[in-house]
Design a protein around this ligand. Structure first.
Ligand SMILES: Cc1cc2nc3c(=O)[nH]c(=O)nc-3n(C[C@H](O)[C@H](O)[C@H](O)COP(=O)(O)OP(=O)(O)OC[C@H]3O[C@@H](n4cnc5c(N)ncnc54)[C@H](O)[C@@H]3O)c2cc1C
Length: 469
């Protein structure tokens, strides 16, 4: 039986481990921290269910559905409340609902009449040349105008990537928008064509969801379907060495001691910045991988009695555009409006994001200062009366990888790393998209590549035997 050493027990590593174990391979997962799940961490404290990382998943693929079925999680899924389709963006210090239909778009106070007129020009803007690399900001301003960029695009980029649209690449960060322009010459015509296609072949509904006890139920269920000895916690991988004989020797530190283990295959499923630190021997060129920014972000979860919040909290949450300069937060999720049982009876839970590429320094402030800053903004935006009855701060010093201009070099380098040594594979959120489901897919795909590689090796070995080589 071939053995696979997997580095990292985030969703990518665990999905791969689950799939390889199911196919009969021997897997060992090395996890540097004492918890599995990577960014996916849910914790119930004083009756409030807090998510430290991702907050929602989307049912976007058949692979995900099958996995949920196999690990018996279907009954634990809870769809987001219908109010989640309503989102607020701040303009002039007020949360204003985002338009949800063309008719609402033409009336929304979020955009001036001039900006709405400018939107109507979108179908007539010439498409960019496929070869030119454009930032998200340039793309959006060129196609949609400055105001739509400021109030619709920029806050979403901060909400999804914690990113800076001036530096993110449209082709890598939002490939679907890039392709719509390339294929149809206009986002407007592209969306209309998509709608028409869907009349004949309706696209699957992709609702948002979580699990009864939070997103951490997913990595936990994957881990529970592995043998108990398959995951080593507090085991940080330092180096992997390839040679003809073994073929992979993996060195890791656990309990203050460095030990080695041998494997046929190595799958590296860590974040990009951690991967760049693991020594690969003989050495490989990995410079482009070391240049990717991962901005810090803080999550401030605050609980209130319902009557302490004037706003109806009838939505997903609010986003604060960078042009609304009197505010410092990136946005706030109305966590207890989204899913049931996130706060004790008669209470609400709000999760606020601070930092990212916009204000990296703020994410690193001490807890009390962060709380004060969040309360100052929420008092104005949601009519909150302090003090909160519950508070919990969590920080990621290095969060989401930024798919910035020049990201082609990163993808090419990752591909070279995989091709350069037989039996070395990569998975993670820097390859095909930053969502949990994207990362999970890279794990499943890596597992399939590993099985294919082993089949080819076996076929090669058999051929040698038959030919008496
Ligand atoms: C604040 C925040 C909010 C987010 N919100 C959402 C959301 O709402 N929806 C969504 O879909 N996505 C969201 N995301 C993105 C998503 O959570 C991540 O992209 C995804 O979980 C990444 O999974 P991964 O397995 O690729 O990596 P990770 O989760 O980073 O896991 C990698 C693991 O490898 C381990 N490791 C690293 N180095 C070593 C080593 N040398 N040896 C052993 N182990 C090592 C780490 O400890 C970690 O456990 C959010 C991310 C953040 C930070």
């Amino acid at each position: 039986m071939a053995s696979v050493g997997i580095i990292g027990a985030g969703i990518a590593g665990l999905a791969a481990a689950y799939e390889l174990h199911r196919r009969g391979l021997e897997v060992t997962v090395f996890e540097a921290s004492d918890r599995i799940g990577g960014f996916i961490q849910s914790e119930r404290i004083d009756g409030f269910l807090v998510e430290h990382g991702p907050q929602t998943l989307q049912r976007t693929s058949a692979d995900l559905e099958e996995l949920l079925r196999r690990v018996d999680l279907e009954d634990a899924c809870i769809p987001a409340h219908p109010v989640a389709s309503k989102r607020f963006v701040v303009r002039g210090g007020q949360p204003i609902p985002l338009p949800r239909s063309p008719r609402e778009l033409l009336r929304t106070p979020l955009l001036s009449p001039r900006a709405r007129l400018r939107l109507l020009a979108e179908p007539f803007i010439v498409r960019s040349h496929r070869g030119t690399e454009e930032s998200v900001a340039r793309f959006a301003r060129r196609r949609l105008g400055l105001e739509v960029f400021d109030y619709l695009v920029e806050p979403f980029v901060a909400g999804i990537f914690a990113g800076d649209p001036e530096r993110l690449s449209i082709r890598h960060a939002f490939p679907k928008l890039f392709e719509l322009e390339q294929e149809y010459g206009s986002l407007f015509w592209g969306l209309i064509r998509d709608r028409m296609k869907q009349r004949h072949h309706p696209a699957p509904h992709r609702p948002m969801f979580s699990f009864i006890e939070g997103l951490h139920m997913l990595p936990r269920a994957l881990a529970e379907h592995l043998p108990s000895h398959a995951i080593l916690r507090k085991a940080e991988v330092l180096a992997v060495r390839w040679d003809e004989k073994n073929p992979w020797t993996l060195s890791f530190r656990a309990n203050g001691r460095v030990s080695t283990r041998f494997f046929d295959i190595i799958l590296c499923a860590t974040s990009l910045h951690r991967m760049a630190k693991i020594r690969i021997l003989p050495p490989l060129e990995r410079h482009p991988l070391e240049t990717v920014a991962h901005p810090p972000i803080a999550l401030v979860a605050l609980g209130f009695r319902r009557e302490q919040v004037a706003h109806p909290l009838d939505g997903f949450g609010l986003l604060v555009p960078a042009v609304e300069r009197e505010f410092q937060i990136l946005g706030t999720l109305f966590s207890s409006s989204l899913f049931p049982d996130r706060a004790p009876e008669g209470h609400v839970l709000l999760t606020t994001f601070v930092g990212g590429m916009r204000h990296p320094e703020l994410a690193l402030l001490p807890d009390e200062q962060l709380e004060a800053l969040v309360l100052q903004d929420l008092r104005r935006l949601l009519g909150i009366t302090p003090p909160p009855v519950f508070r919990h701060v969590w920080r990621w010093e290095r969060s989401i990888p930024q798919y910035q201009l020049g990201y082609d070099a990163v993808i090419a380098c990752a591909r070279d790393v995989e091709m350069s040594r037989p039996g070395l594979f990569l998975a993670g959120n820097y390859l095909e998209g930053i969502s949990v489901v994207d990362a999970l897919h890279t794990g499943l795909k890596a597992a399939r590549r590993i099985i294919q590689h082993l089949r080819e090796e076996a076929a090669g070995g058999l051929a040698k035997l038959l030919l008496g080589d």
